[in-house]
Design a protein around this ligand. Structure first.
Ligand SMILES: [Zn+2]
Ligand SMILES: [Zn+2]
Length: 348
């Protein structure tokens, strides 16, 4: 089969490799669409701590069941499926309290096990046992399914930080994640969403999203001034930093009101991950800072249903559909801010 093989930082190519075998009590999925995720682009550039090359990466997978292992009654050959790539064990201390994202034996499709930048992907038994495979029973276009993974992360983060009714939410970074935060914030009852983005072409691309009320070009405009003007001089109720920039994390703390919540959604480069916090704002003004890493299986199921029911306008996010062999072009589109979500098709 054809697959993109990652051999090390800045070193990957399409290769002909053996088709994976169907796991004994798992399934083999013919990949119909796979999302090009920002985290994959980072892996292509600098590698990943939990990944040993060579590896087939890619984790936002939608496909059709090609073959099926033993003892599986819920699925049949030919079923269309969405695959949740964050596969918890289901029995460790974190899994038991519902935080599968921190599972001590986490398997991550496309990192610890071969992923979806390929024509076929093997899905192990543990994924089926932990509700990580969802049957698609309607006519949802396959290219919209990969959005479920990022949507799940966004849902999990907003639940944690308590985005809800009446909130004014400030979002930094108008990539697919920032825009999904806007959609989910509104779905959770937020009153106003302010989007700050430094790349003008990316900002223009996202003007299509009705969930965003105020667009701020941070290369030209003073974000803090606009936030104060939009919030009666109080500051935002919640701020979400959906870009990997430490300085923006620092600034976000100054732009929320007293008792405001800040979420650091994007990770920083490993050799540059210390920032300067205004500790007194956290102390006197009772600012809460939240992290965000992945999600639990229940969040993925919720995300999939929001997309499937049209409550997340996935079609508006998918700006480019490319054959898998053109992955380098897709990476370029994302890096230059010329598209929102790129989806790859391994059979085109
Ligand atoms: Zn992803
Ligand atoms: Zn676990």
């Amino acid at each position: 089969m054809k697959a993109i093989v990652f051999k090390g930082p800045k070193d990957f190519e399409m290769q002909e490799i053996p088709m994976p075998l169907c796991p004994e009590e798992g399934i083999l999925v013919k990949v119909k669409a796979v999302g090009l995720c920002g985290s994959d682009i980072r892996t292509f550039d600098v590698g990943h701590g939990k990944l040993i090359p060579p590896q087939v990466i890619g984790h936002e997978v939608a496909g059709v069941i090609e073959s099926i292992g033993k003892n599986i009654s819920d699925f049949s050959v030919g079923d269309k499926v969405a695959v949740n790539p964050i596969i918890p064990c289901g029995h460790c201390d974190y899994c038991k309290i519902g935080f599968g994202n921190h599972c001590q034996e986490l398997e991550f499709l496309g990192t610890t096990i071969p992923g979806g930048y390929a024509q076929y992907v093997a899905i192990p038994k543990v994924a089926l046992a932990n509700d990580c495979v969802i049957k698609i029973t309607n006519n949802l276009p396959m290219e919209q399914v990969p959005l479920a993974e990022t949507t799940a992360s966004v849902i999990c983060a907003q639940k944690n930080m308590g985005v809800g009714k009446g909130d004014t939410v400030l979002i930094f970074g108008a990539g697919p994640i920032g825009c999904l935060h806007a959609v989910i914030a509104k779905a959770r009852g937020a009153k106003k969403v302010i989007m700050s983005e430094i790349n003008e072409s990316r900002l223009d691309l996202v003007r299509r999203f009705t969930s965003i009320d105020v667009f701020v070009d941070s290369s030209q405009q003073d974000v803090h001034e606009i936030v104060l003007a939009e919030t009666n001089n109080l500051g935002a109720d919640a701020a979400i930093v959906a870009c990997p920039v430490g300085l923006v994390q620092e600034q976000a703390i100054d732009m929320v009101r007293k008792r405001g919540r800040v979420c650091f959604f994007g990770g920083l480069p490993i050799n540059n991950c210390h920032i300067n916090l205004n500790s007194n704002r956290i102390h006197y003004d009772e600012i809460a800072i939240y992290g965000a890493f992945a999600y639990a299986p229940k969040d993925f199921i919720e995300a999939f249903h929001l997309i499937s029911e049209g409550k997340v306008p996935a079609a508006e996010f998918v700006t480019h559909i490319l054959p898998l062999k053109d992955i380098a072009e897709g990476i370029d589109i994302i890096k230059k801010g010329l598209g929102i979500k790129v989806v790859l098709k391994p059979w085109d």
